[in-house]
Design a protein around this ligand. Structure first.
Ligand code: NCD
Ligand code: ZN
Length: 416
């Protein structure tokens, strides 16, 4: 039987590169074999093909802060970075703490996404959870205030996490205990790290991991190897960001590196990097763009957050190309594990999975420049870092990135 589409390319199978044909029908992968017939054929034999990336932690800023980013630009940036699924955090304006806000947000963004997307609800008031539970792909819990999150938690944590409507759902936790924060002048990256210190992370983790519940706990943006040990002991999942492994508090990037939780010392970031060699983390960007204007103020007054949805997979692939981490781990950490956590049929090149694919020419390593990127914010803390961007990107069987252009717009689908 001829498939609608076949792609001849190289993929990673059990850790090694293999030349295969991927058969695609109705937007799904239907076969992966040595030889296949198809009505339409893409010859991409020279490219290394990964599943489309799944970024489970982004802030696309719509509604409320579209001067920083909007759903169209943020998801376009994702696509250009080989990411075909993003999950959007609830600290938009108004924040998504009830069903009405969630429905309104969905109405605003649903026809403008260039990649598939899901929306988080924010945990605050237990009575609001049932109304959000069907639409939200997961829930976010902020244990401290951070950019755009005020009046954070109304119901005691134990009760909140034991809401019947949360059973089996992913709860992603921003774990910083504000009682540990030092009271000091925050005038550079080094001080920001001392103020929102590692102890704040350890204490918040200890507290959240001590609560019994039926939720799937996922700890966002862990910054130290010790934090990971703490979380692994409780069999929870966790995210690591590219910035916490590649940047540190002495990186000379000023307010561009101001982010919560903060960039740590170089030695801490190196040890965090080493944990990637086991391939067990979820790599998420925490894409949190602010405008250059908003960042161009005194350090203390600058908002926390930095962009990263477009550079997440390309940075990791460059590290793999240089032999610092394994390709198969990049695939696991950027695609497979995040999709599995949220029960998506994505993140693998196997029959039954969505035909979301990103095609990379691994000989085309470049240095990141802001003007290559597509986020509305127009800057990156990773300027000068090596990266491998995809040549083409397919979303459910449609080539959405082709010849350096967004070839198909707004074909992203809502995931719930
Ligand atoms: C995020 C933002 O700007 O929305 N900022 C950040 O520093 N990470 C909020 C957050 O996730 O803490
Ligand atoms: Zn975030």
């Amino acid at each position: 039987m001829a498939h609608e589409i076949i792609v001849k390319t190289k993929i990673l199978q059990s850790g090694t590169e293999r030349a295969v044909c991927i058969g695609i029908d109705n937007g799904k992968i239907t076969a992966v074999e040595k030889h296949l017939d198809g009505d339409r054929e893409f010859d991409l034999k020279d490219y290394l093909t990964l599943p489309g990336g799944v970024d489970v932690h982004t802030h696309m800023r719509e509604p409320g802060s579209v001067q920083k980013e909007d759903f169209y630009t943020g998801t376009k940036a994702a696509a250009f970075g080989g990411t075909t699924t993003i999950l959007d955090m609830p600290n938009t304006i108004p924040s998504v703490k009830n069903e009405l806000a969630l429905r309104d947000k969905l109405d605003i963004v649903k026809n403008r996404a260039n990649v598939d997307f899901g929306l988080f609800g924010q945990l605050s008031d237990i009575d609001q959870i049932p109304g959000m539970a069907n639409l939200a792909i997961g829930f976010k819990l902020y244990m401290s205030e951070t950019t755009g999150t005020s009046g954070t938690i109304k119901t005691p944590l134990e009760l909140l996490l034991n809401s019947d409507s949360l059973a089996g759902k992913v709860v992603t936790v921003h774990a910083e205990d504000p009682r540990m924060f030092a009271d000091d002048v925050c005038d550079d990256l080094h001080r920001h790290n001392l103020i929102r210190n590692m102890k704040a992370e350890f204490m918040a983790l200890r507290r959240i991991l001590s609560i019994d519940s039926q939720v799937k706990l996922n700890l966002a943006h862990l910054t130290t190897a010790e934090s990971i040990d703490q979380v692994k002991a409780k069999r929870a999942s966790f995210e690591i960001t590219p910035h916490h492994v590649l940047l540190h508090d002495a990186s000379n990037i000023g307010t561009m590196g101001k982010v919560n939780p903060p960039l740590r010392k170089k030695v801490i970031s190196k040890r965090l990097f080493d944990t990637l060699k086991t391939g067990r983390a979820i790599i998420a960007s925490d894409h949190a763009p602010h405008t250059l204007e908003e960042k161009s103020v005194e350090f203390e007054n600058a908002p926390s957050g930095l962009p990263g949805v477009e550079t997440r997979v390309p940075l990791m692939l460059a590290l793999a190309k240089k032999g610092m981490i394994r390709y198969i781990h990049v695939q696991d950490m950027c695609c497979t594990l995040p999709a599995e956590l949220f029960d998506m049929k994505k993140g693998k090149i196997e029959p039954g999975y969505d035909a979301d694919l990103a095609f990379y020419d691994m000989d085309n390593m470049v240095k990141i420049e802001p003007d290559m990127l597509h986020s509305k914010c127009g800057w990156t803390p990773f300027e000068g870092h090596d990266a491998v961007f995809p040549r083409r990107v397919m979303l459910r069987g449609q080539m959405i990135i082709h010849d350096g252009e967004l070839a198909v717009e707004k074909s992203g689908k809502f995931l719930q």
